[in-house]
Design a protein around this ligand. Structure first.
Ligand SMILES: Cc1ncc(COP(=O)(O)O)c(C=O)c1O
Length: 427
């Protein structure tokens, strides 16, 4: 009689664990009606001077201020999604055609496409095997005279080693634009992500831990970078100047009042959700500690708060008597636990990079200002290749918003597979 669900046995979990995401209610409904009835559906409806107090009465203005405060940054610029937030931040730090921007190979495609959109060359580097974030040593080794910025990604919500990265940036005179699309609420040495580098960018797309359906935000503590990001997202207008005065090249990336209204309502729910996730995460770590086949992701002591988007853990391949990580993930899903690898895949293997169909001119990969041609087909970064193939596992954040008994079910399912690994191997 088969024990594992994947082999025909009974699944351990029959009802979905965690919560249905997103969580919303009367607050969100009221917030949307308030915008509707106000007749002001975009932030500009309050006048044209963004330094004026009326700007801060708009939902967008309030959301910018509230989220920047929450993360501990001086400024926020709300935009329509997390991809263009990166683009605006790269523009603000002066990334131009033919520049190189260093990023980790393990991230979602948007980190790389934003670099391409500003005509720069993505330079992929390897990750730290302990927590899958960008390896600062690999960053330093990749710096060339063409490097303008580094785009570290808090993958799964885990802050990167910001001490090392900021030190490298200062030494080489380059910028750090952190992609914090997964790390709302996370803290490095007591300071929120996005506020511990030159600029940080966030996504509020519906799956994220803080969401308004679609949306994004750029954070910075720097007055000049704020003005530049603001101008880029608002077709070249500068804060405090005339509405029909345009100073810099830019586009329209503005967030709507609808998005900001939802963002504000969701932000009120966020602190409690952080606490529940943290409590459940600590409990799961405790429950898994005696199962030899898996290990939680490494957390640096300087990560004073880890608000995860994916709860990464490691499948320790050589302890599983020949069972592969992929088989394990399949078996865990069959037991009723949604799981996958997160964004731990070598991004440079995407057809976008291997086929490199970049239109008539081939720019930016063949940009004459770059002076050479980028070819990603020969790239092989050993850590990401290994962990992507045999180690990385991820559980989604919404699983951690239910009762603590859900953690017991997750641990029980993993233990069940561990104990029946022979059955799984023979399958
Ligand atoms: C690491 C990372 N960066 C950027 C983005 C882009 O965000 P958006 O979907 O809001 O454009 C995402 C989206 O999932 C992401 O995972």
């Amino acid at each position: 009689m088969a024990k594992l669900a994947i082999c025909g046995g009974e699944p351990l979990v029959k009802e979905p664990l965690g919560v249905s995401w997103p969580i919303y209610g009367e607050e969100e409904r009221q917030a949307l009606l308030e915008v509707l009835d106000s007749g002001k559906w975009w932030f500009g409806g309050w006048g044209w001077d963004y330094t004026h107090e009326s700007y801060w009465q708009s939902k967008v203005g309030q959301f910018e201020r509230a989220f920047a405060d929450f993360q501990g940054a001086k400024y926020g610029v709300a935009v329509c999604n997390g991809t263009v937030a990166i683009e605006a931040a790269l523009k603000a730090v002066g990334v131009e055609a033919g520049d190189e921007v260093i990023l980790p190979a393990a991230t979602f495609i948007a980190s790389a496409t934003a670099i391409l959109q500003v005509n720069a060359i993505p330079i992929f580097v390897d990750i730290d095997p302990r927590n899958y974030t960008i390896d600062p040593k690999a960053v330093e080794a990749a710096i060339t005279p063409r490097t303008r910025a580094v785009l570290p990604v808090d993958v799964g919500g885990m802050p990167c080693d910001m001490d090392a990265l900021n030190e490298i940036a200062e030494k080489h005179g380059i910028y750090i634009v952190s992609d914090c699309a997964h790390s709302h609420g996370s803290q490095w040495k007591g300071k929120g992500t996005g506020a511990v580098s030159h600029m940080g960018t966030f996504s509020f797309q519906m799956g994220k831990t803080l969401t308004c359906g679609e949306g994004g935000m750029i954070l910075t503590n720097d007055d000049e970078l704020y003005e530049k990001a603001f101008a880029y997202h608002h077709i070249g207008r500068l804060p405090g100047r005339g509405f029909y005065e345009h100073y810099l090249p830019g586009t329209n990336l503005r967030m709507t009042e609808w998005q900001a209204a939802i963002g504000l309502a969701q932000l009120k729910r966020f602190p409690e959700q952080i606490q529940i996730r943290e409590r459940n995460s600590n409990y799961l770590i405790e429950l898994l500690k005696d199962i030899e086949g898996v290990e939680p992701i490494y957390r640096d002591l300087r990560v004073t708060r880890w608000c995860f988007y994916y709860w990464h853990f490691k499948f320790i391949a050589d302890r599983w008597d020949g069972v592969s990580r992929d088989k394990f993930l399949e078996a865990l899903s069959a037991e009723g636990i949604p799981c996958w690898t997160g964004h731990i895949e070598p991004l440079y293997r995407m057809p976008l990079f291997t086929e490199a169909s970049f239109g008539r001119t081939g720019c930016p990969l063949k940009c004459p200002l770059y002076g050479k041609e980028m070819d990603y087909t020969k790239l092989y970064l050993p850590v990401i290749e290994r962990v992507a193939k045999e180690e990385a596992c991820a559980l989604p954040h919404y699983l951690f918003l239910g009762p603590s008994s859900d953690m017991e079910k997750i641990a029980e399912a993993i233990l069940k597979i561990w104990k029946n690994r022979e059955e799984l191997r023979e399958r």
